[in-house]
Write a protein that binds this ligand. Structure first.
Ligand SMILES: C=C1C[C@]23C[C@@]1(O)CC[C@H]2[C@@]12CCC[C@@](C)(C(=O)O1)[C@H]2[C@@H]3C(=O)O
Ligand SMILES: O=C(O)CCC(=O)C(=O)O
Ligand SMILES: [Fe+2]
Length: 344
């Protein structure tokens, strides 16, 4: 858990709208129409360019070089050859389906409390937009037991076991990727206490549901954002995620069966002195419900993140050093402006 639990805490002081009973809505309500915000509309500037983020096989001896290259050029890649069991990935999706399939009154029993990080609700970034997203989410930080007991008083165990197993395995995979990336940054992983003991890092698992939408071209699944994390690992069987590529525009990511989508977050961007891209992304919706699960990983709250200095990453720092806790707070208050506020 840790520092990420604090993300958007301050923005949540504003009244947070609650998700609609999506199943009963036949016409897109005015509150959910994004079309008039022209440059934010998901169907405007949607690139037809054939380029797409690289696919990297973790068992390929050349994987470390390809990962670094992808972090620089795209800030996102699809990972195959990882050892997360397919069955576990499928169980996560089917447990998420059961949760979001509950009647809305039931789901509201697990509603995130004001200022709280975990539980059911709209995206944490909702207060920064004047339109609502076509989305419902369930955020897990640490054990999901308290919230899931509200949902299924007798039958919460299957859900909890699956999510805890997934969180542990995704944490280990993230740490494997971080060790690879740190090597290129000339950081000795053996000297990084929080990585060595696997203690204290901040993690969160976000289950996302994008309900079937009656008017997809005018709705927004998840508004453009960068993740606050060091690294995020996402699973989804279906397309909907778009990433912004400088010079090309919004590119739809076509998930490869069994692959995980890995993206660079703000902390890795700062650490790499701006060389690795913290990729802006958003989600479009369709008439078919879509699920995804995103695992976020950041260092412990008291860690100071400073840009590395070298020939490859630049000899002049582009960002001020920040504590993880401090930057998470800045992001929660200023959202998209957070990075520019810590620029040197
Ligand atoms: C760990 C976290 C990152 C996140 C905020 C949170 O505390 C829990 C959910 C995460 C999420 C998922 C949807 C997009 C996002 C921007 C949001 O609103 O909530 C991210 C947050 C983030 O990366 O900053
Ligand atoms: O659903 C997706 O594909 C992306 C979700 C996402 O960006 C997030 O949870 O931060
Ligand atoms: Fe994201």
């Amino acid at each position: 858990m840790g520092a990420l639990a604090e993300a958007y805490k301050h923005s949540l002081l504003d009244k947070q709208p609650i998700p609609l009973d999506y199943g009963s809505v036949r016409t897109l309500p005015e509150s959910h129409i994004w079309l008039d915000q022209s440059d934010e509309s998901p169907y405007v500037a949607y690139s037809t360019s054939p380029i797409s983020p690289p696919v990297i096989d973790l068992t390929d001896p050349d994987a470390p070089r390809l990962i670094i290259q992808a972090c620089e050029t795209w800030g996102v890649f699809q990972l195959i050859g990882h050892d997360i069991p397919t069955k576990l990935m499928e169980d996560v999706e089917s447990e998420a389906g059961k949760l979001f399939g509950l009647p809305v009154d039931q789901k509201l029993k697990a509603l995130r409390s004001p200022g709280g990080g975990a539980g059911y609700g709209l995206p944490h970034i909702s207060p920064f937009f004047n339109k609502c997203m076509w989305h419902e989410g369930f955020t897990i930080m640490g054990s999901p037991i308290d919230h899931t007991r509200q949902l299924w008083p007798q039958a919460y165990q299957g859900f909890c076991e699956t999510m805890v197993d997934y969180q542990n395995q995704l944490k280990a995979l993230t740490e494997q990727l971080i060790r690879i990336i740190f090597k290129s940054l000339n950081i000795n992983s053996e000297e990084v206490d929080w990585l060595k003991d696997s203690q204290g890092s901040s993690t969160a698992l976000q289950l996302n549901s994008y309900p079937a939408c009656p008017d997809p071209t005018r709705a927004m699944g998840l508004a453009p954002h960068t993740d606050t994390s060091l690294i995020t690992i996402l699973q989804s069987k279906t397309s909907g995620l778009q990433v912004f590529k400088e010079g090309a525009g919004w590119i739809l990511v076509q998930p490869i069966p069994g692959a995980l989508i890995v993206n660079v977050g703000d902390f890795l961007h700062i650490l790499s002195n701006g060389v690795f891209t913290t990729v802006r992304h958003r989600v479009v919706v369709t008439q078919i419900q879509r699920f995804s699960a995103a695992h976020f990983y950041a260092p412990p709250g008291d860690v100071i993140v400073s840009p590395v200095m070298s020939k490859d990453f630049g000899e002049v720092p582009r960002y001020r050093s920040v504590s993880v806790k401090g930057y998470v707070e800045t992001k929660g208050k200023h959202f998209e402006k957070a990075l520019s506020l810590i620029k040197k």
